[in-house]
Design a protein around this ligand. Sequence first.
Ligand code: FAD
Length: 466
Amino acid sequence: MSDVIETDYLVVGAGAAGMAFTDSLLTHSDATVTIVDRRQAPGGHWIDAYPFVRLHQPSAFYGVASVPLGNDAVDRSGLNAGFYELANADELRAYYAQVMQQHFIPSGRVRYFPGSDYVAGPAGGHRFTSRLTGATHEVRVRRKLVDATYLEGSIPATSAPPFEVADGVRCVAAGDITRLTHRPERFVVIGAGKTALDACVWLISQGVRPAAIRWIKPREGWWLNRSYHQPHTYLPDFYGGVGLQLQAMAHATSVDDVFARLESNGFFLRVDTAVTPTMCHGAIVSEVELGLLRQIEDVVRLGRVRRIERDRIVLDEGAVPTDENTVHVHCAARGLPHPPLRPIFESARVTVQPCFWGFACYLFALLGVVEATIERDEDKNRLCPPIAYWDKNADYLSAFLASLAGEQARAAYPALAAWAKSTRLNPLGAIGQYRDHPTVVETRERIKRFGSAAASNIVKLLSVSA
Ligand SMILES: Cc1cc2nc3c(=O)[nH]c(=O)nc-3n(C[C@H](O)[C@H](O)[C@H](O)COP(=O)(O)OP(=O)(O)OC[C@H]3O[C@@H](n4cnc5c(N)ncnc54)[C@H](O)[C@@H]3O)c2cc1C
């Protein structure tokens, strides 16, 4: 055991959550922070992300509150043409390194230990061990442990496929399709989430014929339309989307009907309009991407893959042939976990979890501001009751309801409300600048008219669907 480290907060996880939370603590308190992560650099899963990943949301709303990400430029070409920039993995890694090296550490209040595994010590103690040297540090925490790993997701690059793969079968993690040494005749993309979408889009945009791609999709998903999730000059449309959602939620007769109504005005999108989606992970896509995905006609809907043999793929509900000239692309990582909810704020611990529907970094930063500016844990928990990450359609409605309730509760805290209005991480914080825009005027009316009816109807729809 080497030296003992004393700190106000011990943040475990230097991903987007730990970084945004720490940034808020630094801005809104005088606390010292020790950050530990088993990865060698800050940025969490972005460190190992597939090479063609980009944010699905504009960079304008991502990262830590005090350091802008990107240049707020509108892309002029490519699949995101006409929309505000989306950082890629290299940009995100560089951004988080810059935040750590040029902001956190020079503040003199942050110590950072990469390449280190945290383990809870005996009797509520804390320690971490360097993966390189084996040196173990005990940490004396004056205020709280911040667990920014509770909802750590899994990604294909660092987790084995959830199916058996026989010897001789070519099966690669999503990112490895960029490094193939032998050109295959066919690709089988396995997964229904955003990684699978990205892999299909990347293959087609590299010139792979859609007919050479088979897509194994256990579920169909709802996707948010990028046109409704833009900053700055497009913000009135973002706000307009809120009004449309409230109107749909006020009138819908079932959870599926909410989505059907919002699909009719282009707010929600799906790849295959003949299949009713059962999942909504909240990722954003553009209609151009959708157009590419619709070119894939060989879609297999026989449940999850159980094993890949040399000549067939065995699924829950059947089997399809395969061969040695096919590359199988693993996009089927478990994604975000659903551990039991626990209070976010406890006397010696903060457990980072979502408390409303929204962009992740706004949420993470808000928890840091709440921790730093509100005294009693009881009040903090009342303002930020935890909810599970959304997965099924109904989860989207519960999370949306939590947003409506939370916003009202937080408005009673002027410092918090002022921060929410001014932070770049809150997409709608700047809507006041467009107050006279016709869409904004119309949306205000819609919100007045449908806001409370939407809230009570969501409760009803959720109780019926439970
Ligand atoms: C491909 C992809 C694209 C995404 N795009 C977006 C997007 O555009 N917008 C958006 O809002 N969200 C997006 N997300 C969701 C994403 O989950 C969040 O944006 C965010 O990056 C998650 O950060 P995190 O800190 O919670 O988790 P992680 O990035 O997983 O970080 C957790 C960290 O904890 C460390 N750790 C875990 N256990 C220990 C331990 N015992 N000791 C030490 N360290 C430990 C891990 O090494 C890891 O670095 C995307 C997710 C994926 C997978």
